[in-house]
Design a binder for this molecule. Structure first.
Ligand SMILES: [Zn+2]
Ligand SMILES: [Zn+2]
Length: 899
């Protein structure tokens, strides 16, 4: 029950301490009505010491760390993934829950995470360091696909790990005002498990535990449901928050139940491992094509003990593996030849599904950010395919998966085309790096030394070599190689990857200043304002028409009392004007000043900003939904936008994007600024509103661009300046440059509005000058230059012929001059170096004992030695001309000038 006495005074924020504290008062934190009604008793595990609830008398809990799996069925009964979801959702809908659509696996609304790692994350919004919840129904369930990469190496091996899994979220918010709490949660839990899934009451246990955010900012007691040695679900009751060490009850408490859906399906069907349950149909369909047998009987022997196996948690993984083999009675030979290929196949199935979801939601494999881990798993899957000679393609599997999940996730089928292009491009890259890598790996392998984790990481990051690739090369070369335990530990990146933050201006005002009133959104260009603070070059006013740099848009310029404004920045919610020069006594605190914004520059900035949104929409229309905006910069003279794409933009891509954007402008666009509740905006326009990486706030400023019939072109959360009501200023949009700026990101540079007109005028003038020079018209310059180039090439050829002809004549003349058997000779001629080279070469061919040096009137020197000559050309030139010779050469030939 909720009471004022539940403030936890003086508690150490440590899971063990909290567990002790909650246990002491278990009636308040763990006892539920179901336990009392159904006859559950409280026990303490004699192995791990945890308290748990059970109907049957037991002295140990059901934790897999010290319990073998006992839920495998002799004859597993397969069940479709979607079918189980229907069962699950019907139960919760019948019990008052709303079923909502999943959120993207790419977590654009969170700054600290690339991917969605838990269903509760859908509703979490961090604002000024505080966590708020945003939800469209209460209570609700959501089939949330989550991605986690911390266990990559366990996938396929342990029989239970995955990189993508559905967290079937069951959430009730804002208790006690709304939602529900522990009694209802565990009542639903008990009913669903026993009535719907048929779990026998006496095999069901509930462990008492504690759940906490990493920094203990929020935490609460939780009850874990176990049966058959597997944890089926953890019901978390987020009840407390800690602010600067002070712990108190949350005003709106949250029930956070994340049902591990794959595990539930595994448990319910009774297969030996999670992959057989989740990917049952695909395995049945594909196994005929595999060059090895899916030996389920053998795998079962291994799987029974695999609950103890965890690459990331066990330091001595290899010895643990051996121990399990011993226990299961499997030889190492059998393990390597029969079980390992199965493990690899399972991993491929998991990795493919992860890529399908990630790419479908707009993430791409790359070397940066969240794309990094996607490339690792794609390469890992490709590595397994080649290591075990599997005749299967990633896309065959992905297509089957999309089809199977169609009723639940129809979007997967729509995005197969993008995935196919991505896999294609990435496979080619992989093959290329494999070729390059083979040599490197060979050198490494022949050293005979074990490979360190650090070396593995370097190999992956600089050469794209995965541990699988090393194994494959070693196998081909017949070398046995030991890879270190946890080979992926240093390669894979964690789930919490801070996204890039921009460097901000920092000023200590020395006093509390009020939020600056923003006049710029009303297009006001002039205003009188009061000076609140002024120091050196910095000026703070009570209100301002100057737009401070933000969202990639450059700041306004103009004047304050005839003094020039050089830059404008935001410090918190205070706008700071940075003047060109120190203001000294000209602008002082308390004075009223006149502000005037340079509106020509502002018009250009606005044209570029609205055009950026159009190019972004055009890119998605032309390239696909994956073409998210990765960054942008809008200056007065030009702008650029960075677009995610798996391959370098082609000329036709660029042209199509430019045409699409201009088409929209020519037909007529309408730009509107809407203030909207975040939930409403996300629901109406989808998560593409976070294109510009706008941070979610309670009320959001959404820039909506439509055509003249009201059809949506683009909607983005954006704090920048746009041409609402002044749309004609966008003018023509011209892409002037594109470049691949990093792996997976293309930069499109463009001009719009007045700047685009100026660009065309300048180009027109340049072309005019070229036309004049070539004595032609503007549109004939190209043809004219082509003709001139042809003429030039003909003349060069002619000159070449003439030189050769002359060379022969000169050679004959020299030969007729040579008397007797000279071996060294210096003569002077008047021909150019080109001719001399040809002539001398002909001479020493006929007189192989001769070394001949020729000087001409321009001081040019060419010297050659015949094949039989005892003299070297360079030595002879130096001997004859001494320090006057400036040049170089070899035994056969030397060239230079005589100073
Ligand atoms: Zn235990
Ligand atoms: Zn914007």
């Amino acid at each position: 029950m909720i009471g004022s006495d539940l403030v936890l005074d003086g508690i150490t924020l440590d899971k063990k301490e909290l567990r002790k504290r909650f246990s002491k008062d278990y009636k308040s934190y763990y006892l539920t009505k179901v336990f009392a009604d159904e006859g559950f008793e409280r026990y303490t595990c004699k192995i791990c010491g945890k308290n748990f609830w059970s109907v049957a008398e037991r002295d140990t809990c059901d934790d897999p760390e010290h319990t073998e799996y006992s839920f495998f069925k002799e004859k597993p009964k397969p069940m479709g993934y979607v079918e189980l979801w229907k069962k699950f959702s019907k139960f919760f809908e019948d019990n008052g829950h709303t079923s909502i659509k999943r959120y993207p696996v790419v977590s654009r609304w969170r700054q600290d995470l690339y991917f969605t790692i838990a269903s509760i994350q859908d509703f979490q919004r961090i604002e000024n360091g505080a966590m708020n919840f945003e939800y469209s129904a209460n209570p609700l369930i959501v089939p949330q696909m989550c991605l986690r990469f911390g266990d990559v190496e366990n996938v396929g091996v342990t029989g239970r790990h995955l990189t993508s899994f559905m967290m079937a979220g069951q959430h009730a918010f804002n208790y006690p005002k709304e939602g529900y709490w522990r009694d209802r949660t565990i009542e639903l839990n008990y009913k669903f498990l026993t009535k719907e899934l048929g779990v026998k009451k006496d095999t069901l246990t509930y462990n008492e535990d504690v759940w906490a955010m990493g920094d203990f900012s929020e935490f609460g007691p939780c009850l874990e449901s176990f049966s058959g040695g597997v944890e089926l679900v953890n019901s978390v009751f987020t009840q407390f928050e800690s602010i600067n060490g002070a712990v108190k009850e949350l005003r709106g408490q949250v029930v956070d139940v994340g049902w591990g859906f794959e595990r539930l399906l595994w448990f319910y069907t009774g297969f030996d491992n999670i992959y057989e349950a989740v990917f049952h149909d695909i395995i049945k369909h594909t196994e005929k094509k595999l060059p090895f047998e899916m030996n389920n009987a053998l795998f079962r022997k291994f799987a029974r003990h695999a609950s103890e196996l965890d690459v990331t948690e066990i330091k001595e993984f290899k010895s643990k593996e051996k121990e399990i083999l011993r226990k299961a009675g499997i030889t190492e030979q059998e393990y390597r030849m029969k079980i390992k290929p199965m493990q690899a196949f399972y991993a491929i199935l998991d990795h493919t599904r992860t890529l399908l979801f990630a790419v479908s939601d707009g993430a791409l494999p790359s070397n940066i950010g969240g794309g990094y881990n996607l490339r690792v798993i794609l390469r890992r899957a490709l590595g397994f395919i080649s290591e075990h000679n599997m005749d299967i393609g990633i896309m065959d599997i992905a297509e089957r998966q999309a089809k199977e999940l169609r009723d639940l996730y129809p979007e997967l089928g729509e995005n197969l085309g993008i995935l196919s292009s991505v896999v294609d491009v990435e496979s080619k890259r992989y093959v290329k790096s494999t070729e390059n890598a083979s040599k490197i790996i060979n050198v490494l392998l022949h050293k005979g030394k074990p490979i360190s984790k650090q070396e593995l990481r370097t190999l992956y990051e600089s050469n794209g070599v995965t541990p699988e690739l090393i194994s494959a090369v070693a196998q081909k070369e017949n070398i046995s190689i030991e890879l270190p335990d946890g080979a992926y530990e240093d390669i894979i990146k964690g789930d919490f990857v801070g996204k890039e933050k921009t460097k901000k201006l920092q000023i200590d005002f020395g006093e509390e200043l009020p939020k600056t009133e923003q006049l710029y959104y009303s297009f006001k260009s002039e205003a009188d304002a009061k000076v609140l603070w002024a120091h050196e070059k910095y000026v703070v006013l009570d209100k301002t028409p100057f737009y401070p740099e933000g969202g990639g848009q450059a700041a306004d310029r103009g004047t304050i009392n005839d003094l020039e404004v050089g830059d404008v920045q935001k410090v918190g919610n205070i706008v700071v004007h940075i003047m060109k020069d120190e203001v000294e006594r000209r602008i002082t605190k308390g004075k009223t000043v006149a502000c005037a914004v340079d509106m020509d520059r502002r018009d250009r900035l606005m044209a570029h900003h609205t055009a950026t949104h159009l190019i972004s929409a055009a890119s998605r229309a032309v390239l696909g939904k994956h073409a998210w905006q990765e960054g942008a910069r809008k200056d007065a003279d030009k702008a650029h936008i960075d677009i995610a794409h798996y391959d370098k933009l082609s000329y036709s891509d660029v042209k199509a994007i430019e045409d699409w954007a201009n088409d929209a402008v020519f037909k007529g666009i309408k730009v509107e600024v809407h203030e909207m509740e975040r939930g409403e905006a996300e629901g109406k326009y989808g998560f593409t509103i976070y294109q510009g990486h706008g941070v979610p706030a309670k009320v959001m400023r959404i820039i909506v661009i439509t055509d003249t019939h009201g059809k949506l072109i683009d909607a983005e959360a954006c704090g920048g300046m746009h041409l609402a009501g002044r749309e004609s200023l966008v003018g023509m949009i011209k892409i002037i440059n594109t470049a691949r700026i990093s792996d997976g990101v293309d930069r499109i540079e463009f001009v719009a509005g007045k700047s685009s007109l100026e660009y065309f005028q300048k180009e027109h003038d340049e072309l005019g000058a070229a036309a004049e020079m070539t004595n032609s018209e503007r549109f004939e310059v190209h043809a004219k230059l082509e003709k001139m180039r042809a003429d030039y090439s003909n003349m060069s050829k002619l000159l070449q012929e003439k030189n050769e002809e002359l060379g022969r004549i000169v050679a004959d003349a020299i030969l007729s001059d040579i008397k007797g058997k000279e071996t060294e000779l210096v003569i002077e001629r008047n021909e150019n170096r080109e001719v001399l080279r040809k002539a001398i070469s002909a001479v020493v061919q006929k007189k192989p004992h001769l070394t001949l040096l020729v000087k001409n009137g321009r001081g040019e020197v060419v010297c050659m030695s015949g094949k039989e000559s005892k003299q070297s050309a360079i030595d002879f030139a130096k001997k004859e001309l001494g320090s006057a010779f400036k040049g170089g050469g070899s035994r056969d030939m030397a060239e230079g000038i005589k100073k």
